[in-house]
Design a protein around this ligand. Structure first.
Ligand code: ATP
Length: 202
């Protein structure tokens, strides 16, 4: 999978809709200090489902919405869309047959938020599952920002293991195991309650 296009609107310094096209090979984003280069990386990470404002260099998630400037008023919504080329047919059935697909995340100032896959509302889980074991993802190794290499070298073995598992294709199964264990736990609780009720009826 490869990012083909990013559309950003109302996100951090990108108040008006901006489109960045990435062709095959190396793409570089250049510009003076403070012009918004890192905000592009934040936008990718955010659209992939990042949940921690700190990892987006903010204090609250609302900080990603354009907060106004000398000449422009704040806006009420941030939206980022990522278009992926999927020629190898990777990912779950929802996207495997698409040569291209688009994921979108929106956040409104009142706290409402939504994720969309090909313009259809979906869950964060659906977005996360698209990229499991591809190396793409809010926490995966496709985004290597300043200081990341040193961070990986100095990381605790458990944290480094996360990256190795993602590369080895184990993450998807670990996530499914976690969901299955949660269901087993819930079913166990239901059984207990059922036994209590049966005991009372007897
Ligand atoms: P450097 O080269 O110094 O690392 P950069 O090009 O990576 O800079 P960014 O850090 O991406 O720049 O962008 C910083 C700019 O984004 C600042 O001018 C900051 O005011 C602006 N900015 C960040 N969040 C918001 C927001 N919510 N609303 C408006 N502007 C914002």
């Amino acid at each position: 999978m490869q990012i083909k296009r990013i559309e950003i609107a109302g996100f951090k310094s990108f108040v008006d809709r901006a489109t960045l096209d990435f062709g095959p090979g190396i793409a570089a984003v250049v510009g003076p200090n403070g012009c918004g280069k890192s905000n592009v990386v934040d936008a990718i990470r955010w659209a992939l489902g990042e949940q921690s404002p700190r990892n987006l260099r903010g204090r609250a998630m609302e900080d990603v919405i354009f907060g106004g400037s000398e000449s422009r008023k704040p806006v009420g919504m941030a939206e980022v869309s990522l278009v992926f080329v999927n020629e190898k047919g990777q990912g779950p059935a929802t996207v495997r047959d698409y040569a291209e697909f688009m994921v979108t995340r929106r956040l409104f100032r009142n706290g409402d938020s939504e994720y969309l896959l090909n313009k259809t509302p979906c869950r964060l889980l659906d977005i996360s599952e698209l990229f499991m074991d591809t190396g793409i993802g809010a926490r995966a190794y496709s985004i290597i920002e300043q200081g990341k290499v040193g961070q990986i070298l100095n990381a605790k073995p458990e944290d480094r293991r996360f990256l190795i598992e993602e590369a080895a294709g184990v993450s998807k199964f670990k996530a499914r195991k976690k969901t299955a264990l949660r269901k087993i736990e819930a079913t166990g609780q239901n059984l207990l309650r059922l036994r209590d009720i049966i005991g009372e009826v007897k």
